[in-house]
Design a protein around this ligand. Structure first.
Ligand code: ATP
Length: 231
């Protein structure tokens, strides 16, 4: 569904992503892993059109995203939950959710009810300002906001970062439900190994901007973990 082919990315003169390939298979959950600073967020931002690539190609459903502006991603069906959530703190929960409505593939003025089935807390807090929510509730809002566009591919950047354990569990269950029951394709960055093992079918490990290993989650063994993931 998403094919990244030989991309190179630079911050100024600093070469950050090197000839990087990644395949995200339709209907599966792929977890991007690696230590801090290896380029995971940079890669997601390239996919979202928020950072330019110098060479290579990013294809979504066979169509090149290289020359498409960032705003085209949502109408094509790519939902994005950025690192740190980036909800609008002074807007209400409802206003945060409504932001995605114009980008829905099937136009609607209504926030889809299934978002409130997944996250009942958002319905209870519709009139609250985003900034007044707890970290876990903000993460649920960020995921809900990405789902408003009715995505085919959901991209999440460290959805469990700084979240209390019971909400981490809930977010894991929701990713599983979206992926396995509803068939949504998922690409996520995740550093917590048990969480990654629970939700993902495939892994891809980055090290210093390169894809150094990829495969089925069941094949992620101790050697790889020791070499590339433990601190
Ligand atoms: N705006 C920027 N300008 C210059 N260098 C940057 C910028 N953002 C990130 N970098 C550098 O690019 C490299 C990759 O960073 P990136 O945030 O993509 O890594 P990451 O794997 O997502 O790390 P983390 O797990 O800490 O979020 C790092 O060396 C980082 O310092």
């Amino acid at each position: 569904m998403l094919n990244i082919e030989q991309i190179n990315q630079f911050y100024g003169e600093s070469h950050t992503l090197w000839d990087l390939d990644l395949q995200v298979v339709e209907g599966k959950c792929t977890c991007l892993m690696g230590r801090n600073g290896v380029g995971k967020t940079t890669l997601l931002q390239c996919v979202m059109g928020l950072l330019p690539i110098r060479s290579g190609e990013i294809l979504f459903e066979g169509q090149s995203l290289n020359r498409q502006i960032a705003e085209r991603r949502a109408p094509l069906g790519i939902g994005y939950v950025p690192q740190g959530r980036q909800i609008f703190p002074t807007l209400t929960v409802e206003e945060n959710l409504r932001i995605g409505l114009p980008a829905r593939r099937e136009k609607s003025q209504q926030i889809p009810e299934f978002i409130f089935e997944l996250f009942p807390v958002l319905k209870e807090m519709l009139g609250r300002r985003g900034g007044d929510l707890s970290g876990g509730q903000q993460q649920q809002l960020a995921i809900g906001r990405a789902l408003v566009i009715d995505p085919k591919l959901l991209i999440l950047d460290e959805p469990t970062e700084g979240i209390q354990p019971n909400i981490v569990q809930e977010i894991g269950d929701i990713i599983l439900r979206l992926n396995r029951d509803i068939g949504l394709t998922v690409l996520l960055v995740e550093q917590k190994l048990p969480f990654a093992r629970k939700v993902a079918d495939h892994f891809c490990i980055l090290d210093r901007g390169r894809n150094v290993s990829a495969g089925a989650m069941g094949d992620l063994g101790d050697d790889l973990i020791k070499q590339y993931l433990t601190v």
